[in-house]
Design a protein around this ligand. Structure first.
Ligand SMILES: *Cc1c(COP(=O)(O)O)cnc(C)c1O
Length: 247
């Protein structure tokens, strides 16, 4: 699908790494994730790496795709759609990680496999409507906010069951689990405690709804080992794979 009506922004940065170095970093990340998973008695396949490619050049995504990597995470809709158009690789799985204005919900179903940061019933309705029109199912995760002041997105734990009940009844959406992004400023043990809380919230919610919620999207470059220790099924890793973002 072409998206010519969308404004194109120049997001190709200067701090590029060459493709050999990129593949080296990717493989090292993959091996580390597998090692940590094994240390916690988990299969390597139980923890999926989402390569977070915001602000990274399309060429870098093409290199990883050519190396067999399929899951990419993006935060900005125009940038993601532009890369999808440039790559023309329908086998890729795109994960939307960012905030989204409701009037842009129409761009998500059909172009993304999973929406990681759902925290609002009205946005959920818009996504559902578009998803039904599109005729597919959009997998969604609810983002949890632990009430830390520096945290922006996410639903507070005590509002989670209410939102989950509503989302599970929406036909075009498939509720698959929970997501969290702890404040950057926390120390690792505090982040690990929040990851553990997220898993407990998931367990409770799953019982409450009588619905399996297999996915826990948690952990980034800085804290993915702690997230895997607490049961992450998806780690969202950007900088460690691609290098510093160009902005
Ligand atoms: C940017 C981003 C990441 C990746 O962060 P890194 O520190 O580069 O690994 C993960 N999750 C979300 C929601 C992000 O916005």
């Amino acid at each position: 699908m072409k998206h010519d009506n969308l404004e194109d922004r120049d997001v190709e940065g200067s701090a590029r790494i060459d493709s050999r170095e990129l593949i080296r970093r990717y493989e090292q990340t993959r091996d580390t994730v597998a090692e940590i998973a094994a240390r916690h008695n988990r299969e390597p396949g139980d923890v999926r790496i989402i390569a977070v490619s915001k602000y990274q050049p399309t060429a870098a995504l093409r290199t990883l795709a050519g190396h067999g990597h399929l899951d990419f995470g993006e935060n900005y809709i125009q940038e993601a759609l532009r890369k999808q158009d440039e790559l023309e690789l329908p086998e890729l799985r795109w994960h939307y990680l960012g905030r989204l204005q409701r009037n842009k919900a129409k761009f998500v179903p059909g172009n993304f496999t999973m929406f990681h940061a759902l925290d609002d019933e009205l946005l959920a309705s818009s996504l559902q409507l578009r998803s039904k029109t599109h005729g597919g199912v959009l997998e969604v995760l609810l983002q949890v906010n632990f009430g830390q002041e520096t945290q922006k997105g996410g639903v507070l734990p005590d509002q989670l069951p209410n939102l989950a009940e509503k989302v599970r009844r929406m036909d075009g959406l498939a509720l698959r689990g929970l997501m969290a992004l702890p404040p950057f400023s926390l120390e690792l043990p505090e982040k690990q405690r929040l990851f553990s809380e997220l898993r407990e919230l998931r367990d409770k919610l799953q019982t409450h709804l009588g619905l399996p919620l297999p996915e826990l999207s948690m952990g980034t470059t800085d804290d993915f080992p702690q997230a895997i220790a607490e049961g992450a099924t998806m780690v969202r890793i950007g900088t460690r794979i691609f290098g510093e973002r160009s902005r």
